[in-house]
Design a protein around this ligand. Structure first.
Ligand code: XMP
Length: 325
C-alpha cells in the first residue's frame, strides 16, 4: 500500500543509489522542506552529508536554536553553522525598498553559502568529492517552474543556478513528487520535532521584509519579541493548524502617542496579520477570537519596550498580499 513508511524507505533507496559513495551538501533554511529533505538524505547516506545553516539574523525567536540543537539532536546530521548576522545587517544598512531588500538578502545568501560550500569541498578533497546538492523542492515548485530543476523557486536561495561553475553540483531532490502535507507526514515519520514539522511558511528574506523601513539590529530584536508573543498565544489557544501564516509587522518609521504606566510614550505600532489560506495565492484575514487578540495586545504592549500600539490587518488577498512588503 501507499504509506509514508513506504515513501520514506523508497526515497532513501533512491537517494542511496543516486549518491553512491560521493558526498552531498544541503542548505538548511529553518523551514520544513529543507529540514525533511536533509533528514531523509541523512538516513540514506549518513556522514556523507554535510548541512549548512546560514544564520542571517532574520529568523524568528528560537528558530536558529531549533536548527542548531533540536534538528541536530533528532537527526545526528553533520551541521556547519555560519554566523553571518553582521554581514547581512551591514548589507541592509540604509535600505528601505522591499525589492532591494530581497535582492540583497538573496545575493548575500548565495555568497555566504558558496563560501561555506567551498570550505566543505576543500575539507573533503581527499575523501571523495562533494558532488551533490540537496534541495527541498516540492511538487508544486516543480510545476511552477515548468518542470525544471526548481531553480526558479523563490523560496530557495541556495539554488544551483546561483552557484559558480567551479562548484557545479548535481541536484538531489527527494521531495519532488510530494505536496506540503505529505512532506509534513514524512517529517513526522523521520522523527523530526513537531515545531519544525508544523512550522508556518516563512519567507526566505525573513523578518527583513516584516520591518517597514530600514532593518537594524534593535528593530529586529523588537519584532522578534512581539512575534514570539503572538505565536505563543496562538499556540496556547490551540489555533496553530487553523492559521496559515501569522506575520507580525513592525511599522518602524511610524510613531504614535501612547500612555504606558503613568507616562506618555511615543512608540511604534505593530500590525498583526493572521490569515487563512490553502496555497498562499489567495488568503482571507483570520477571525481570531477577541480574547486571543486581547492577550496578544496586552502582552506585547506590556513586554516589548517601544511598542505602544497593536493593530489588526483585516484585508483579504487580493487586494492585500500576505506580507506587507
Ligand atoms: P504574498 O505576500 O505575496 O506572499 O501574499 C505569498 C507567500 O509567499 C511568501 N513570500 C516569500 N517567500 N521569499 C520567499 O521565500 C520572498 O521574498 C517572499 N515574499 C513572500 C509569503 O510569506 C507567503 O507565504
Amino acid at each position: 500500500g501507499w504509506t509514508m513508511v513506504n515513501i520514506a524507505e523508497e526515497s532513501i533507496e533512491v537517494v542511496r543509489a543516486q549518491v553512491g559513495d560521493k558526498r552531498a551538501i544541503c542548505g538548511l533554511s529553518g523551514g520544513v522542506d529543507s529540514a525533511v529533505a536533509a533528514a531523509l538524505v541523512q538516513r540514506a547516506i549518513g556522514s556523507q552529508l554535510t548541512c549548512v545553516f546560514v544564520d542571517h539574523g532574520l529568523l524568528r525567536k528560537g528558530e536558529a536554536e531549533q536548527v542548531e540543537k533540536d534538528f541536530v539532536a533528532a537527526t545526528g546530521v553533520d551541521l556547519h553553522v555560519v554566523d553571518a548576522q553582521e554581514r547581512f545587517l551591514a548589507a541592509l544598512a540604509g535600505v528601505t525598498d522591499p525589492e532591494e531588500k530581497r535582492k540583497i538578502i538573496g545575493r548575500e545568501f548565495i555568497r555566504v553559502f558558496e563560501n561555506a560550500a567551498r570550505d566543505i569541498v576543500a575539507a573533503h578533497a581527499d575523501s571523495g568529492e562533494v558532488e551533490f546538492l540537496v534541495q527541498g523542492t516540492l511538487y508544486p515548485d516543480v510545476v511552477e517552474s515548468g518542470g525544471g530543476t526548481g531553480a526558479a523557486n523563490i523560496k530557495s536561495h541556495h539554488n544551483v543556478g546561483g552557484l559558480p561553475d567551479d562548484l557545479a553540483f548535481a541536484l538531489v531532490e527527494p521531495l519532488r513528487t510530494l505536496f506540503k502535507d505529505e512532506v509534513r507526514a514524512l517529517g513526522e515519520q523521520l522523527g523530526l520535532p513537531s515545531e519544525i514539522v508544523w512550522r508556518q511558511p516563512f519567507p526566505g528574506p525573513g523578518l527583513g521584509i516584516r520591518i517597514i523601513g530600514e532593518v537594524t539590529r534593535d528593530r529586529l530584536d523588537l519584532l522578534r519579541e512581539a512575534d514570539a508573543i503572538a505565536r505563543e498565544e496562538l499556540t496556547r489557544a490551540g489555533l496553530d493548524r487553523d492559521i496559515w501564516q501569522f506575520p507580525v509587522v513592525l511599522l518602524a518609521d511610524v510613531r504614535s502617542v501612547g500612555v504606558q504606566g503613568d507616562s506618555r510614550t511615543y512608540g511604534h505600532p505593530v500590525v498583526l496579520r493572521p490569515v487563512t489560506s490553502e496555497d498562499a495565492m489567495t488568503a482571507d484575514w483570520a477571525r481570531l477570537p477577541y480574547d486571543v487578540l486581547q492577550r496578544i495586545s496586552t502582552r506585547i504592549t506590556n513586554e516589548v519596550r517601544e511598542i505602544n500600539r497593536v493593530v489588526v490587518d483585516i484585508t483579504s488577498k487580493p487586494p492585500g498580499t500576505i506580507e506587507w512588503e
